[in-house]
Design a protein around this ligand. Structure first.
Ligand code: CTP
Ligand code: MG
Length: 248
């Protein structure tokens, strides 16, 4: 069984909407709704754990009752840093889960293919992250001066989900906590613990909604998906009509 931790306890400062951005709408539904639905479409996922602000827990629990088709959902309180939010979620996860995925609630465009590929890789190797090859040239800069230009072909932009054998992620978080280490993603804790992290090719569509323009891009991707789905349904209906109207 796979347990999914969805950190959603940020304040969305860069979005400047005055509310937690995961509750903002995309084509009429909250960002968090789209994210939950993406994971609910994967049969292996047995548990969803949403980590959110203390003042949002009760209202979120109530509203999740009205969302059909979700596996078991737990709502827990987050911390002041994303890493602490994830650790709270992990402590609440079922020990029945062999694999745990961590996924930013603010990435509603994650595909079923990516989720399944990260689960398979985490199960086989212990740790796996979704990422895309870096498109830009990236430079190291100190005090406004370039100090190095890492070879672009070796650079990957890391996204989520990140998947781990549950026991490995627990051990890596315990070590980070004991050492007072704060990483910028979950895999960095596991790397530090000494395990190898495998990379799964993701899609450039799996963006993290961070600033207001990301909402426009995300809606465009969602609309295109919807129309692709409608086009497929149309085509299927035509084949159906054709087969049923045959005179032979
Ligand atoms: N997150 C969390 N707990 C925190 C900080 C962030 O659970 N203490 C979550 C966010 O809700 C988000 C994900 O981690 O789904 C990625 O973080 P980010 O994009 O930085 O979101 P925010 O922290 O909300 O945004 P900002 O940094 O602009 O305030
Ligand atoms: Mg943040």
């Amino acid at each position: 069984m796979v347990s999914v931790i969805l950190p959603a306890a940020g304040r969305g400062k860069r979005m400047q909407a005055g509310v937690n951005k995961v509750f903002l709408g995309l084509l009429g539904k909250p960002i968090l709704y789209h994210t939950l639905k993406a994971f609910a479409s994967v049969p292996e996922v047995g548990e969803l754990i949403v980590v959110t602000g203390q003042d949002e827990v009760a209202a979120l629990r109530r509203s999740l009752h009205h969302v059909p088709g979700l596996p078991q959902v737990k709502v827990v309180t987050g911390g002041s840093e994303r890493q602490y939010s994830v650790w709270n979620g992990l402590k609440a996860s079922s020990e029945q889960a062999d694999v745990v995925l961590v996924h930013d609630a603010a990435r509603p465009l994650v595909s079923r293919e990516t989720i399944e590929a990260v689960i398979a890789s985490a199960r086989e190797f212990g740790a796996a992250i979704a990422a895309v090859p870096e498109k830009n040239t990236v430079k190291m800069v100190e005090d406004g001066i370039v100090t190095a230009t890492p070879e672009r072909a070796k650079l990957w932009a890391v996204q989520t989900p990140q998947g781990f054998q549950r026991s490995l992620l627990v051990a890596a978080n315990e070590k980070a906590e004991a050492d007072g280490f704060l990483g910028t993603d979950d895999a960095s804790l596991v790397e530090r613990y000494g395990a190898k992290v495998h990379v799964v090719m993701d899609s450039y569509q799996n963006i993290k909604i961070t600033t207001p323009e990301d909402l426009i891009v995300a809606e465009a991707f969602l609309r295109q998906r919807k129309s692709t789905k409608e086009a497929l349904l149309d085509a299927a209906a035509k084949v159906h009509d054709f087969l049923h109207n045959r005179k032979d």
